[in-house]
Write a protein that binds this ligand. Structure first.
Ligand code: SF4
Length: 92
């Protein structure tokens, strides 16, 4: 890692502006859509009504973290790409 270059869900390399990288654990998503409401530039519901990441840069890091924290099932994982550490959900 990194200098901000990441691989998106389609396997394409792209430059990431913020330092937080979010991903959705599909099995945990119950389509509450609070992540979409808070960070519509990052998340959307796909055809199966599961949240998917459309862009890592659609909203800023703080908004991405807020969206993750709003998820009732903790389906959104936030990784700090500068440290490789998981920021959310909190792990002991
Ligand atoms: S907030 Fe959580 S449960 Fe709701 S759509 Fe987003 S990832 Fe899925």
């Amino acid at each position: 890692m990194t200098d901000g270059v990441v691989r998106d869900q389609n396997g394409n390399l792209s430059k990431q502006i913020g330092k937080y990288k979010v991903s959705v654990i599909r099995e945990k998503c119950i389509a509450a859509a609070s992540c979409v409401a808070i960070a519509p530039g990052v998340f959307k519901l796909d055809e199966e009504q599961i949240a998917t990441v459309i862009s890592q840069d659609g909203n800023d890091d703080e908004t991405k973290l807020l969206a993750a924290q709003s998820c009732p099932t903790a389906a959104i994982v936030v990784i700090d790409t500068t440290t490789g550490k998981q920021v959310w959900p909190l792990i002991e």
